[in-house]
Write a protein that binds this ligand. Structure first.
Ligand code: CAA
Length: 386
């Protein structure tokens, strides 16, 4: 029985920052951001959006009357949680009108959380093929104004349903993972911006990729030649390129050309959205499906990395390419409707954080279906405006 990604949805707010303009404001050569980092634009998150609203907008694309009653579990991967105790999955469950007979939980291990969700869901659906699992990766990536990490910010959500007889990607059984207690990137409870040892985190990322990729190959007997494409967690798109370059010498010239072309396809959307943390790998998968010339049965490798650190390499085969066309249309429409902010507007938006007391927010400028309208009696207030 095949189990895998049946549906996939994406949401990010519709305001963005042009990184050429940010480079000019920060006194950097724009090519450092565009080529050296591999990012051209970055989503800016308004105060009326958080991981719950973004996840709801993404998940509403994959939850329909056909599968709502089949959902047995919600696994919400995030490192931008809104409560130290209550899971974001519980708020999401209510906004999506999911049944009460389900498990709803939030998981955290930096950018790795959604991959834990996918693998746990795969095991669950194999044992319960009539059920489905909703997996979320939603985050807001914040490093701070005038920091080296500023160019690698962003945010948004990806939602996937994991089901038997999937429509998009049938997951292989094999997977290889590794975890080690490392301080490359972290965010203490009292901070809204991450702390990072930038160059060290890049090196650990590549080390983890090589370790799990080679372990996967050893266990399965597969080689790089078995993959039509390798996709990566993309905190910024040059990071994935560094991972790819570290194994390219293992491929023939023809394979290298194909893997490089498909890597380009897999970073088209990430370049313009920025870092989604938990959702980044899955946005990259969507970008690949929408922009590459792939055939049914092609094997795709996925490398997930969460600082701190946990890495996993797994794979799946493409079921059919029709959903890719729908994804392309959706992304074209999304990028077309976005509004560009000036650097000053971005800075003011970045500084505008939710207060720690009751507040009523003005949601007029937010065009999302799900919005945060404020805080009342220390409880976040969410509205579905459909
Ligand atoms: N034209 C073209 N390229 C240029 C250039 C120019 N004019 N000027 C500089 N560059 C290149 C540099 O040569 C360098 O390339 P390499 O990485 O290939 O050597 C690149 O641009 C970046 O330059 P710097 O290293 O000088 O940049 P920096 O010191 O300002 O910081 C960074 C870069 C470390 C990535 C920083 O943005 C950062 O800390 N980001 C956050 C950390 C991060 O994302 N780490 C990734 C692994 S951790 C993870 O994946 C989890 C997660 O989501 C956070």
């Amino acid at each position: 029985m095949q189990v895998g990604i049946d549906k996939i949805g994406f949401y990010a707010p519709s305001q963005y920052l042009d990184l050429t303009e940010l480079a000019q404001a920060r006194g950097e050569d724009p090519n450092k951001y565009l080529i050296g980092i591999g990012q051209s634009e970055q989503v800016v998150i308004p105060v009326t959006q958080d991981v719950v609203t973004m996840a709801a907008s993404a998940a509403s694309q994959v939850i329909t009357d056909d599968n709502r009653e089949k959902i047995a579990m919600v696994i919400f991967g995030t490192e931008s949680g809104i409560d130290h105790s209550k899971s974001a999955a519980m708020y999401l469950k209510r906004l999506l009108h999911l049944p009460d007979q389900i498990r709803a939980i939030e998981v955290k291990q930096a950018c790795y959380g959604a991959t834990f969700g996918v693998q746990t869901a795969k095991d669950y659906v194999k044992a319960n093929p009539e059920k489905q699992v909703l997996v979320i990766g939603a985050d807001i990536a914040r490093y701070g104004l005038n920091t080296p990490g500023e160019v690698t910010q962003g945010g948004g959500a990806v939602a996937m349903t994991i089901a038997a007889a999937p429509q998009i990607l049938a997951l292989d059984d094999a997977t290889s993972f590794r975890s080690e207690d490392i301080m490359d990137f972290w965010r203490p409870l009292y901070r809204t911006e991450a702390l990072v040892d930038g160059r060290y985190s890049e090196n650990i990322y590549v080390d983890f990729f090589q370790a799990v990729f080679h372990d996967y190959c050893k266990t399965t007997g597969r080689t790089i030649a078995d993959f039509a494409a390798l996709t990566y967690h993309l905190p910024f798109t040059k990071m994935g390129l560094k991972g790819l370059r570290s194994v390219l010498p293992e491929a023939s010239d023809t394979q290298q050309t194909r893997l490089k072309a498909n890597f380009e396809a897999s970073r088209v959307y990430n370049r313009r959205v920025g870092n989604l943390y938990t959702g980044s790998l899955y946005l990259s998968l969507m970008s690949l499906l929408a922009n590459a010339a792939l055939a049914t049965g092609d094997r795709i490798g996925l490398f997930s990395y969460g600082s701190g650190a946990e890495g996993e390499f797994y794979s799946g085969t493409l079921v059919q390419s029709t959903p890719a066309l729908a994804a392309k249309q959706q992304f074209d429409a999304y990028f077309k409707k976005r509004t560009k902010l000036s650097v000053a507007e971005y800075e003011s938006c970045f500084k505008r954080q939710l207060p720690n007391h009751d507040v009523l927010l003005d949601t007029k400028a937010d065009d999302a279906r799900f919005v945060l309208t404020g805080i009342k009696h220390d409880q976040r207030q969410y509205v579905d405006r459909s």
